[in-house]
Design a protein around this ligand. Structure first.
Ligand code: PMP
Length: 349
């Protein structure tokens, strides 16, 4: 039976990406890419090409360094407060589980301020920061994977540097990526597979005088070109293949069009179908992760089981929240969302 992968991450991969990955790790007549030394020309080229692709596709200025680091997005929760604007305020918006984890980690390291929160409202909307702006940084989670909210515009700050966790929406929309001083994203959603994190950092916000353990120091990773130690070659190889797949499919512009189309299809059904309802404020709805619940809790298991019989996988909500969450990353075709909508309609008849 055909499977439809609506999982939040690790997430759907296009079959062409999987085929190309297999070709690259095939070692029947040669050493595969994942057997080669990272000091050799092939892996050096893989890293250089992938970084160049990121810069080109996001239209990044020269002040940015592109890094591939271990530790997923979660390691950035401590690297950021250790490295960035250490003399200023570490400020956060508390907009979901991942944002909250970032706040908790930062609080261990330095004084941390929450400038806006929707925690008491179950993270069902994106709170405003008002006119807050202080020396230091503001960290935002651009797309809240668990709750299904997404910033559709970003604050313009004069004093604070804007840092953003784009783990679940990088490359899915055209925004001015140069407005951020640091962008990071775990690789397992819109960038391939787990095992690493893409970090894009404006080198001007790194202070010279501090000393940190090497693996936690952006300056060391920049100096060693992401190879302080043996890097996550397989994850970067897949990222390279995914970036080329995006470019061949019309680039970020086309990904955005498809995201809008997919989200519209599903939210129209959520708003129309009497058996289901959305979780979050309409204007903050995510184009990538749509969260919803059954209007009667007793229907939840029934709907989940029904969708399973139809080959729909990974659509159950985060374990902390319940309900449903349909993740529609770049590599999910529009036809899969059409299929889901069709199943929801049949269920309600
Ligand atoms: N931030 C966001 C927005 C996420 O969705 C996730 C993972 N789902 C993380 C951070 C943590 O990512 P990782 O598992 O790569 O540490």
């Amino acid at each position: 039976m055909k499977k439809y992968n609506f999982s939040a991450g690790p997430s759907i991969l296009d079959p062409q990406v999987v085929r190309e990955t297999i070709e690259n790790i095939d070692n029947s007549n040669k050493l595969s890419l994942i057997e080669l030394s990272h000091r050799g020309p092939e892996i050096q080229k893989l890293f250089a090409d992938t970084k160049a692709l990121v810069k080109e596709m996001l239209h990044l200025d020269d002040r940015f360094e592109v890094l591939f680091l271990h530790g997923g997005a979660s390691l950035q929760n401590c690297m950021i407060p250790y490295n960035i604007r250490t003399k200023g305020i570490a400020a956060y918006t508390d907009t979901g589980i991942w944002a909250h984890k970032a706040i908790e980690e930062s609080s261990i390291i330095r004084e941390t301020k929450v400038v806006a929160s929707s925690k008491d409202a179950n993270y069902s909307f994106l709170p405003s920061i008002g006119d807050w702006d202080e020396e230091g940084y503001l960290h935002l989670t651009s797309n809240n994977t668990v709750h299904g909210t997404q910033y559709h515009s970003f604050p313009k700050l004069r004093k604070a540097s804007l840092l953003v966790d784009m783990s679940s929406d990088i490359l899915s929309r055209k925004v001015d990526y140069n407005q951020f001083s640091l962008i990071y994203a775990g690789l397992q959603k819109n960038l391939g597979t787990a095992g690493g994190c893409l970090v894009i950092v404006d080198k001007n916000i790194l202070e010279e005088e501090y000393r940190l353990p090497k693996m936690l120091d952006y300056k060391e990773h920049i100096k060693a070109e992401s190879m302080v130690n043996t890097p996550p070659v397989f994850a970067v190889l897949m990222c390279n293949i995914v970036l080329r797949w995006i470019a061949a499919n019309g680039g970020v512009e086309e990904m955005e069009k498809r995201s809008i189309q997919k989200a519209r299809l599903l939210y129209d059904e959520i708003d129309r179908n009497p058996l289901i309802e959305g979780f979050v404020r309409e204007e903050d709805r995510s184009l990538i992760n749509a969260s919803f619940k059954t209007s009667s809790p007793s229907l939840e298991t029934e709907l989940l089981n029904y969708l399973k019989t139809k080959g729909i996988e990974g659509i159950d909500g985060h374990r902390s929240k319940g309900g449903f969450r349909a993740s529609m990353y770049n590599m999910m075709p529009v036809s899969h969302v059409e299929y889901l909508v069709d199943c929801l309609q049949k269920f309600s008849k």
